[in-house]
Design a protein around this ligand. Structure first.
Ligand SMILES: [Zn+2]
Length: 420
């Protein structure tokens, strides 16, 4: 921290959500060296000169009428793909997705997502490109490829015998199709060898996979336990794509840390989530995105489309029940199924499931930080925390203010640098 305050940024006049609650009044937020160094009424005064004016080199941001929040953390994205489900992806040149992902990364950051957990597809190259400043984007936690059984949600072999090249395999993305405890253990080790921060498995079918059913279980409890044990040996953890109740149950009993989607959650699995303190990442926007991709006129697999139509209302009802039971919800969107940069559209959908304004914002900040990157000081507007911050062009006071919130982002700071 420099005595003179040179290089410091002071944000003044905003309503501040600190990661759990709104603070009283409009406290100053001081950023120095990429870190939040002070929050509070008059906190900027220590950067003043004796005569009361701000010291040279201090940037003052007048955020009157705005809301300041921690940078948002999307716990479920796929940054190597966009608007998936169209059959035309089969014609894409092999390396094109690497170039396309640069734009997806930038749009995601400009949407206010300063950290993201990629749930399959992003490799260590993309993570490294962001971390070294080569590519602008959210700081990444990668899963590399999805581990699941033959014919399961992570197996993109079509009945024709052709494979939809969604996420490899290629040297950066080993195949995740594996059967039996020995094979899934080896697949887990291969993901870590390729740079995985955490492991993604599929314990049920899904919407976008060509021949399975989201209600059916995939992977046995023995297989899930083998993956979880291997991940824990590497001080990591497992997230599970889990839609049907039986597969959600297996995932929880097997020891996963978060359930992704949770479309067919029932009373028993909701209670299990509470008993085991497992997080729920609803991704309500995902099936809606599949429908929108189809409406845009692209050729889709009809079975995929029918599944997306079938789950929308069921999904909402299940998440509403989980919310009222008090399950810990974390913000995640499955963006990549839809269009990158529209991530915050999930906020209004979470509110429709009964979450409060503070609940939605907590899910997208401190709760997501705790799940995705508990080792970093993210997700809070508080002293000594990383200066990842978002300014929204309105004073948030109720869930009605979340409508079109993805249009409201006016400034984004990452590691203390203004990136929008
Ligand atoms: Zn996903």
């Amino acid at each position: 921290m420099s005595q003179s305050g040179a290089g410091a940024i002071v944000i003044q006049g905003a309503r501040v959500f600190d990661g759990e609650a709104f603070l009283e009044g409009t406290p100053d937020v001081v950023i120095e060296g990429g870190v939040i160094t002070a929050v509070g009424a008059g906190a900027a005064s220590r950067l003043h000169t004796g005569s009361g004016t701000v010291a040279d080199g201090v940037e003052v941001v007048d955020a009157t009428g705005h809301t300041l929040t921690p940078g948002f953390i999307d716990a479920h994205v796929h940054l190597m793909v966009q608007n998936i489900g169209g059959l035309d992806t089969i014609l894409k040149p092999f390396s094109l997705p690497f170039y396309e992902s640069v734009g997806y990364m930038e749009r995601t950051l400009r949407a206010g997502i300063t950290t993201a957990r990629d749930a399959g597809g992003a490799d260590l190259g993309l993570k490294t490109a962001q971390a070294t400043g080569l590519v602008a984007g959210p700081r990444l936690r990668i899963s590399v490829n999805i581990i699941g059984q033959t014919g399961g949600h992570g197996d993109h072999m079509l009945p024709s015998g052709l494979e939809m090249p969604l996420f490899g395999p290629h040297p950066g993305i080993p195949s995740g199709v594996a059967d039996g405890p020995d094979e899934v253990r080896k697949a887990t080790r291969m993901m870590f060898r390729a740079g995985a921060d955490q492991i993604k498995i599929c314990t049920t079918g899904g919407v976008l996979s060509p021949t399975d059913d989201p209600r059916h279980s995939q992977m046995t409890l023995d297989e899930i336990r083998a993956v979880v044990a291997e991940a824990e040996a590497q001080e990591s953890y497992v997230l599970a794509h889990a839609q049907g109740a039986a597969g959600i149950r297996n995932a929880i009993l097997g020891g996963v840390r978060s359930i992704e989607h949770g479309i067919y959650l029932d009373d028993e699995t909701i209670q299990l989530m509470l008993d085991h303190d497992v997080a729920l990442v609803p991704t309500l926007v995902a099936p809606l995105s599949v429908l929108r991709t189809s409406e845009s006129g692209r050729t889709m697999n009809e079975r995929v489309l029918a599944k997306a139509v079938a789950v929308v209302e069921i999904h909402k009802a299940a998440i509403s029940r989980a919310v009222s039971a008090g399950v810990r919800v974390v913000f995640g969107t499955d963006t990549g199924v839809g269009t990158h940069g529209e991530n915050l559209a999930e906020f209004a959908l979470l509110a429709e499931c009964g979450m409060s304004l503070e609940g939605v914002l907590t899910a997208a900040t401190s709760a997501s930080a705790q799940l995705v990157a508990p080792d970093l000081k993210l997700g809070r507007v508080a002293q000594e925390h990383v200066a990842d911050l978002v300014l929204l062009d309105r004073e948030l006071t109720s869930t009605a203010d979340l409508t079109d919130i993805d249009q409201a982002v006016t400034a984004v700071f990452q590691d203390g640098a203004r990136v929008l």
